[in-house]
Every structure is written in structure tokens, then in C-alpha cells.
Design a protein. Structure first.
Lengths: 105, 758
């Protein structure tokens, strides 16, 4: 019953893992590049949850610091990714990643 | 350096200068540069004449001798040979000086004569150039003091002879004749070179004097037979150059050359070089070698004389006569009549040159007609030529009051003496052949004189030769005139030199003259004591001092003859005192009893020889008169009656045919065998190797093509096909890659987790 009554590290890790799985699922299956980007954000935030959870239960501040870095990185990443998507759209007239396969050649 | 040596070097080099100037510049000089040749030869002759005056007239010393040499090439110590040093040098003695004067005089006269005879020839200048190099080489032979140098000049005269025989090289017959002369001489020269090598192997020197001294000192360590072999091999050089049997065949063909050349080279000088050479090496010749030489000479003299009596071509008669006279000289040297043989060389040079130049004048005047059958009656039209030709003919036939008489009789006396000392029998063949040749000489020269100069002109009898008439259509009707002064002058000079007074005050005895006094038989270097090596037999016993019975008697006989000779000489001394002459008869006293005996016997036979030879010459002339002048016997009918003999003589004893059938056919057959061997065996081996290599190459090519290339191609194919498979993984779709990364990470994580479990 401890699992139900007492919120512990495992809960955070489960949530984080589920969140990562959802993000990964989105990245692998969605066709819209923007949705894929969103999946990536989900995976990053799953990682953040992990950092914060370990930070809280270990008693250090390194996890918090890392998650802040990851948020900054995610912002930068989002900006660059959106720019790339805009350029893809300009080039291919679509953001459907399944139809963009010219790298095959 | 003695001034005579310096002058003789000048004598040697001036004709060479003439050659160099003329061969390069004859086309740019006026008159083909003949004045250069004549001028330089004139200078040469003047120097030679000065030397002659100084040595022969002023010094008048039988022992006169100056030598000078220098090291030409020093090879150092050659492995297997020892120290090898080649010297060049000049030796001047009486014989050298006399030869110098003779060669330069005849060469000068021939130069002058050629300005007339060769006038208008295409290669006029070149002709004088060739005369220059010939004179140079001939003087080289005369002046050399060693065998090596003489061999070099020997080949050089061979070369100039080759060039001059083939002067009309556009004629096939001339080209063939020059090749024949060159190749025939080569046979003799090989022998000569081997002889030189035998002597060199023993003494390590080429110098005559050194070799003589070594032999005298008994340093010839091989058996006597080797010394004999060396002598005979050296004599082979003479056989080739002086046209002795069996290598005489080239000289008659050499008449294809211009007539002045025939006079200079093939009558007076070069062919006499062989005789001169035998004279130079005389001291090393063993009794056996001398015997061979004497027989070869006697046979040659007789054979050539028998051929000469039936030839039609005026020059061919003279050519065979030259062979015959050279045979006399060789005979003379062989029987030990050294000075007589060389004396005949000198006298023959002048009268035979005169005969050839005379025949050249006739040929010139007759517009290149050489066949005596179509001549006749020329004496009125060409009185100068007739007179000089007749004097020279008398000298050749050996009539008294001529030079030829003295020299020929001295040789025949030597031959009689030799036969007497050698013990008669077969040795009497030598003088007998000599006397018969004297008769034949008189006969064929009488025939020639008659056919050419007397009777009616037979020009019109010549069968028409359409080819000939095409070239010289109108010339048959030309008048025959005496030749110009430049052709007459040499004839007169040479005819003058054919008279006895030039050589001796006594027309019957050349031994009283200056030549026999100055050129005396050298002491033989072969000591009698060394002859015990000689092969056993009568001959060995004859020379064997250890055999008391025979040799003792022989030596006693020789000593007796020697004593008799001295008595004889004393008697002559008294009679000669009237002439104020030296005691020329006495001559040198010989250490070798055999030589002394021969010299004495030769002298004792002097008057016998004169008697016999005069009888033979007279009968020869009588025969010629009977056949040709009085016509008692028709030559044509006689020829018919003894047709086989006539044909045998007319076809030159068939020597050419015999050589053709044996040596030439043999060589050709050998060449064919070698050619077959070459094209089948040698080429077969080469082709076999080629085929083998080709097969190996093909095999190697296959290895390369299938194995090496196969490996390379397989690698490429493998890479290509694996690439084709792998490229399917590259879809270009980002999500596929993400899945792959995911799978890979998952796989790794699973692996990692499994690792953790022990």
C-alpha cells in the first residue's frame, strides 16, 4: 500500500518514463514536423522530471541546474527547429516528413 | 738522330702528304693536282738520290748500317704474354738505300708517265692520290726495322694495290680482280702473321736484328722444325705478295688496273716487296726452309714462263713474265744467292717497268687495244717505244750487255752451286727449271716483239665487236702515233737503267759491280750445331756434325772448296787489279761451312751458268725466229698438233679452274652448310626459345587475366552488391532513422541489463 499512499521517487520516474514514451511515440509516428517537434519537447521534459526527481531524493542542486539548462536548450532548440521547418516548407511546400526523403539519393 | 734518319723520315712522309692533299682536294685543284703529286715525288726522289749518293757512292761500305727506333706502344705487363712493347724504327743499310732510290725513281717516272696515259680520266686526281699512298706504304716496307712495322706497311701496300687494281671499278672484271688480289694476299698474310707470332713468342721482340741475335745465341728453345716452320710461314707472305705458286693467280688478273699501276706496283715494286722481305729475314731461314723457297721459286719461274708463251694479251704476257722473274728472285734467295736475287729484283724493276710503260704506250697509241693478234708493224710508227721496249726485252731475256743478264746468271750460278753442294739428284731440278725458264723467256719475248712491232698491221683483222664499235665507232681508223714526251721520258730513263754499265764494268760478271759489293749475303743466324734437331733421314745426316763419316767428309769437302775459293779469288784478284776493283769475288767469309760451300760453288759455276744460259737464251730466240719471223713452222699448226699442251698453257695450267673447283666451291659449300646450320639450327633454337617465351607469356597473361583480375573484379563485385543491399537501409526518411537509433539503443540497453545479471 505504500505505493498508493506515499508518493515516492518511483512515481516520478514512472511519470517521466510515460512522458518519454509518449514523446517518442509522437516522434516516430506523427507525420507533421511540428508535432514531431512537440514530441521532442515532451521527451526533454521527461528528462527534466527525472533530473528534478533525482535531485530531490539525493539532496543536491545539480539536477535542478541541469533541468534549467535543458529548458534553455529546449527554447533554443525550438527556435532553430522551427526555422528549419519553415525552410523545409519553403523548399518542399509541405511539413510532412514522410514525403521528404530526398536524402536517400 | 742521324741526319740520314731524318731525311729518310722525310722520304717516307712526303708521298703521304701527297696522298692527303690529293685525296681531299683533287677536285678543287687545277689539273686534278697532278703537279702536287709530281712535285712531292720529285722532292722525295731528290732526297732519296742524295741518300743514295752519300751511302752508295761516297761511303761504299758493305757494312754500312744506321738504325733508330722508339717505343711506339707500351702495353706494360700483359697477363699471359709478358711485357709487351711495340717499337717502331728505321734501319738504313745499303739495300734500303738502293731500294729507296729505285722505288722513288720508278714512282716519279710513273707519275710523269701517268699525266699522259691517264689524261682525261674521270678520276684523274684520285689516281695520283692512290699513287701517293702506295709510294708511302712501299717506302715504309723498305725502311722498317721490325716485323710488326713491315706487317703494317705490308697491308697498306695491299690496300693501295686493291684500290688501284679496281681503279676502273665500274668494270666488273676490275672489281673481281681487285677482290681476288686482296683475298689471295690475305691467305699469304695470315701465314706471315703466324710466322711473326712464332718468333715473337720466343724472343718477345719484333726487331730483325734482335731476333737474329737471339737465334744466333741459341735462344730459340723450340725444335729446329719450328724455326723452319716460322721461316716458311714468313715466306708465305712473300708467296702472296710476290705472286709465287700457289698464290700467283691474282697477279695476271691485276692487269685490269691502269697500265702505269701495272708497271709501278705489279711489276717493279710491290710484288718485289715479298722478295725484299725474304731478303730481310734471310738469316733466320733454316736449310729446310730455304729448300722449300728454292723449289717454290723454281717451279713458279718455269710454270709462269710456260703460260706466257701462249697468251694473246700484251699485258698478260708481261704479267706472267713478272711472275716468272719473281720466281727467279725467290729461287735465288732460296739457293742462298742472296745478293744475286736482290740484284735481279733491282734490274728487273727497271726493265719490267720499262716494258710495262712501253706496253702502256702501245695500248695508248692503239686506242686501248691490248690483243697482240691485232697489232703488228708498229716499229716505224713508234720508234722511241720500239727502241726502249727492245732494250728492256733484251734485258729480260738475259742477253749479254744487259743488266738482266748479270743478275739472272748470278742466280743461275747460285742454283748450280746449291745443287752441287746439296748433293745433286733432285736438287738439279732447280737450275734446270731455271735454265728452261730462261729459254722460254727469250721465246715469249721474241714472240711479243715480233707480234707487236714487226710484220704488217693486223688491226683490220680484228673481228668486229658491235659493242666495242658503239663506243669507239670511228677510232679503228685513227692513225697510230708515237706518244708524247711525258710518256717517252720514263721509257728512255728506264731503258738506260737496263744496260750493264750502270751496274758493273764487266758485262759478263755482276759480281764486279757495286751492287754485289754493297749487298752481301748475311751470315745465317741458324748455327749448324743446332741442326741436330732436324728430323732423321739423309738430310739430317748431311748436316749432323756428330756423324763423323758423312758430315765429316762433307765438311772436309766444304773446307776444301773454301780453300779453293780463296785460291780462286786470289787469281781473280790479280786479274781484277787491272780494273782497280775491290776484291768483290772474295765476299764475306762465312762461319757456317754450308753457306761457305754454297757461296764458293756458286762462284765456281759462274762461267758454266753463263754458258748454259746463253745457249738457252739463244735457242729461245732461235725458236721465236723460226716460228714468227721466218715462218719455217706455223705457230697455229703447231698449236693444233700439240693441242692439249697448247690449251694447258693457254688456260694457265687451269689453276683458276682448279681453285674454282676446290677452294672457291669448297668455301661456297662450307658457306652453304653454315648457312643451313644457321637458318635451321641456330634460328631454330632462337625461334624455339621465342615460341617458348610466347607460350609462357600467354600463360602468364591468363593468370593475370583470370586470377589477378578475377580477384580484383570479385572484390569490386562484392563491394557493389553489399552496397546495393545496404543502400536499402538509407530511406531518406528521418523517422526510419529514429526508429533505428531507438532499436539500437534498446538493444544496447537490453545487452547492458543482461550484462548486469551475473
Amino acid at each position: 500500500m505504500d505505493v498508493v499512499t506515499h508518493i515516492g521517487l518511483t512515481h516520478y520516474l514512472v511519470i517521466s518514463a510515460m512522458l518519454f514514451a509518449f514523446g517518442l511515440f509522437a516522434v516516430v509516428t506523427r507525420k507533421n514536423a511540428i508535432v514531431i517537434l512537440m514530441g521532442v519537447e515532451l521527451m526533454l521534459n521527461a528528462a527534466n522530471i527525472n533530473f528534478l526527481a533525482f535531485s530531490k531524493y539525493n539532496g543536491g542542486m545539480e539536477g535542478v541546474m541541469f533541468s534549467l539548462f535543458v529548458i534553455v536548450l529546449a527554447a533554443a532548440e525550438a527556435a532553430i527547429a522551427l526555422a528549419i521547418i519553415i525552410n523545409i516548407y519553403k523548399t518542399f511546400n509541405t511539413v510532412d516528413v514522410s514525403s521528404i526523403d530526398s536524402m536517400k539519393e | 738522330m742521324h741526319s740520314f734518319i731524318q731525311l729518310s723520315i722525310l722520304v717516307l712522309l712526303l708521298p703521304l702528304l701527297s696522298f692527303v692533299l690529293l685525296i681531299f682536294f683533287n677536285r678543287r685543284l687545277p689539273r686534278g693536282g697532278d703537279f702536287i703529286g709530281i712535285g712531292l715525288l720529285g722532292a722525295t726522289f731528290s732526297i732519296a738520290a742524295y741518300l743514295f749518293w752519300q751511302v752508295v757512292v761516297v761511303a761504299y761500305d758493305p757494312a754500312f748500317r744506321i738504325a733508330w727506333d722508339f717505343t711506339w706502344i707500351d702495353f706494360g705487363n700483359v697477363p699471359g704474354v709478358g711485357p709487351l712493347e711495340i717499337k717502331m724504327g728505321i734501319m738504313i743499310d745499303n739495300l734500303t738505300v738502293i731500294m729507296l732510290a729505285m722505288v722513288t725513281l720508278i714512282s716519279l717516272l710513273v707519275h710523269i708517265y701517268s699525266t699522259g696515259y691517264m689524261h682525261g680520266e674521270t678520276y684523274y686526281g684520285r689516281f695520283f692520290a692512290y699513287l701517293g699512298i702506295f709510294t708511302f706504304s712501299m717506302l715504309g716496307i723498305v725502311l722498317s726495322d721490325n716485323l710488326f712495322a713491315i706487317y703494317i706497311f705490308w697491308e697498306l701496300v695491299g690496300l693501295s694495290s686493291y684500290l688501284l687494281i679496281g681503279f676502273y671499278f665500274h668494270k666488273d672484271s676490275a672489281a673481281d680482280a681487285q677482290k681476288k688480289a686482296f683475298l689471295t694476299n690475305r691467305v699469304g698474310d695470315i701465314g706471315m702473321w703466324l710466322g711473326i707470332l712464332i718468333l715473337y713468342s720466343q724472343f718477345h721482340t719484333f726487331g730483325y736484328e734482335e731476333i737474329f741475335q737471339h737465334i744466333k745465341a741459341g735462344e730459340f728453345h723450340m725444335s729446329q722444325a719450328w724455326l723452319t716452320a716460322a721461316g716458311i710461314l714468313l715466306f708465305m707472305g712473300c708467296v702472296g705478295k710476290s705472286a709465287q705458286f700457289p698464290l700467283h693467280v691474282w697477279l695476271p688478273d691485276a692487269m685490269e688496273g691502269p697500265t702505269p699501276v701495272s708497271a709501278l706496283i705489279h711489276a717493279a715494286t710491290m710484288v718485289a716487296a715479298g722478295v725484299y722481305f725474304v731478303g730481310r729475314i734471310f738469316p733466320i731461314l733454316t736449310p729446310d726452309a730455304l729448300m722449300v723457297i728454292a723449289f717454290v721459286g723454281a717451279f713458279t719461274a718455269f710454270m709462269a714462263a710456260t703460260i706466257a708463251i701462249t697468251q694473246h694479251d700484251i699485258k698478260r704476257v708481261l704479267a706472267y713474265s713478272t711472275v716468272s722473274q719473281l720466281g727467279y728472285m725467290v729461287l735465288g734467295l732460296g739457293v742462298g744467292a742472296y745478293s744475286a736475287g736482290l740484284f735481279h729484283l733491282l734490274t728487273h724493276a727497271f726493265f719490267k717497268a720499262c716494258l710495262f710503260l712501253g706496253s702502256g704506250a702501245i695500248i695508248h697509241a692503239m686506242h686501248h687495244e691490248q690483243d697482240m693478234r691485232w697489232m703488228g708493224g708498229l716499229w716505224k710508227k713508234m720508234p722511241w717505244t720500239f727502241a726502249t721496249f727492245t732494250i728492256a726485252t733484251l734485258a729480260l731475256a738475259g742477253l749479254p750487255l744487259t743488266s738482266g743478264f748479270m743478275s739472272k746468271d748470278a742466280i743461275l750460278a747460285g742454283a748450280l752451286g746449291y745443287a752441287e753442294v746439296e748433293g745433286g739428284g733432285l736438287f738439279y731440278l732447280i737450275p734446270v727449271l731455271g735454265f728452261f725458264s730462261a729459254m722460254l723467256t727469250a721465246f715469249y719475248m721474241g714472240r711479243q716483239i715480233w707480234l707487236v712491232f714487226f710484220g704488217q698491221s693486223r688491226t683490220h683483222l680484228k673481228p668486229a665487236d658491235p659493242h666495242h664499235h658503239d663506243e669507239h665507232g670511228h677510232e679503228g681508223h685513227h692513225e697510230v702515233h708515237e706518244v708524247a714526251w711525258n710518256m717517252r721520258l720514263p721509257l728512255v730513263v728506264l731503258a738506260t737503267l737496263s744496260v750493264f754499265a750502270v751496274y758493273s764494268p764487266d758485262p759478263l760478271d755482276g759480281a764486279k759491280g757495286w751492287f754485289m759489293h754493297l749487298v752481301q749475303t748475311p751470315q745465317t743466324a741458324v748455327l749448324a750445331t743446332t741442326s741436330h734437331d732436324a728430323p732423321a733421314g739423309d738430310h739430317a745426316i748431311l748436316h749432323d756434325p756428330a756423324s763423323p763419316t758423312v758430315a765429316g767428309a762433307h765438311h772436309a769437302g766444304a773446307a776444301g772448296l773454301l780453300a779453293e775459293a780463296e785460291v780462286h779469288a786470289d787469281v781473280h784478284h790479280v786479274t781484277d787489279a787491272v780494273h782497280g776493283a775491290d776484291d768483290a769475288h772474295h765476299g764475306p767469309t762465312f762461319d757456317d761451312p754450308r753457306q761457305a760451300a754454297i757461296a764458293h760453288a756458286a762462284h765456281a759455276n759462274h762461267y758454266n751458268a753463263i754458258t748454259y744460259s746463253t745457249i738457252m737464251v739463244a735457242s729461245g730466240i732461235t725458236l721465236a725466229l723460226i716460228f714468227y719471223v721466218f715462218g719455217f713452222i706455223s705457230p697455229e699448226k703447231t698449236a693444233q698438233r700439240i693441242r692439249p699442251l697448247y690449251l694447258y698453257s693457254f688456260n694457265k695450267w687451269y689453276w683458276d679452274e682448279i681453285y674454282n673447283a676446290t677452294f672457291i666451291r669448297g668455301s661456297l659449300l662450307l658457306a652453304r652448310i653454315f648457312s643451313w646450320f644457321d637458318s635451321n639450327i641456330i634460328d631454330g633454337v632462337v625461334n624455339g626459345v621465342g615460341a617458348l617465351v610466347r607460350r609462357l607469356g600467354r600463360m602468364s597473361g591468363n593468370i593475370d587475366r583470370y586470377i589477378v583480375d578475377g580477384a580484383v573484379n570479385f572484390t569490386a563485385f562484392f563491394v557493389q552488391s553489399s552496397g546495393a543491399i545496404l543502400k536499402k537501409a538509407q530511406t531518406g526518411k528521418v523517422q526510419t532513422y529514429v526508429v533505428m537509433v531507438l532499436l539500437a539503443v534498446t538493444a544496447y540497453v537490453i545487452y547492458y541489463i543482461l550484462q548486469l545479471q551475473p
